[in-house]
Design a protein around this ligand. Structure first.
Ligand SMILES: [Zn+2]
Ligand SMILES: [Zn+2]
Length: 140
C-alpha cells in the first residue's frame, strides 16, 4: 500500500505474466457459469473487476475468445508459458478488466460480494456466506 491506495498484485504459476491493480475493485464475486468451469477445471472462478486505468499488465499473454452469455464475446487471458488463467478483457480495448482472484499474491485481499450464474452451480461448489446471489448476470 502506498499513499493509502490499495494495491493488488498477482500473476500466473510460473511468474512470467504479472499484474498490479490499484484502488477498490468495481465488483468481486464468484462466477458459476459453465464457461468458467470449463476454462478453469473448477466449480467456479473468483473474480474482481477493475477499470482499465487501474490495471497494469506485465509480460506476454495468450487470449482465448469465446461467445459470452450477453451475446458478445468473452476474452480470457492465459500465460503462454504455464497456461495459468490470469485476467479477462481485451488489452487496449476494454474499459474494464477482470482479475481472477486465485492469481493474487495475497489471497486474503479478495472478499466476494456476489455470486453470478448461480443457476449453473454444481452442488459441490460451495457458495460463500452473505453474498448476493444472481441466477445469471446481475442487472446493470
Ligand atoms: Zn506463467
Ligand atoms: Zn463465468
Amino acid at each position: 500500500m502506498r499513499d493509502g491506495i490499495k494495491r493488488f498484485t498477482g500473476g500466473c504459476l510460473c511468474g512470467a505474466l504479472r499484474y498490479e491493480a490499484d484502488g477498490e475493485p468495481l465488483n468481486a464475486g464468484h462466477c458459476y457459469c459453465t464457461d468458467c468451469q470449463k476454462v478453469s477445471g473448477s466449480g467456479f472462478i473468483p473474480f474482481m473487476g477493475f477499470p482499465a486505468s487501474a490495471l497494469r499488465i506485465h509480460g506476454a499473454f495468450r487470449p482465448f475468445v469465446s461467445k459470452a452469455a450477453n451475446g458478445g464475446v468473452a476474452t480470457r487471458n492465459f500465460c503462454p508459458v504455464c497456461s495459468g488463467l490470469v485476467f479477462g478483457g481485451v488489452v487496449g480495448e476494454s474499459d474494464s478488466f477482470t482479475i481472477y482472484a486465485g492469481s493474487l499474491d495475497d489471497k486474503s485481499l479478495f472478499h466476494p460480494k456476489i455470486a453470478i450464474f448461480a443457476r449453473s452451480r454444481p452442488h459441490w461448489a460451495i457458495m460463500p456466506p452473505g453474498v448476493t446471489v444472481f441466477e445469471a448476470m446481475p442487472p446493470d
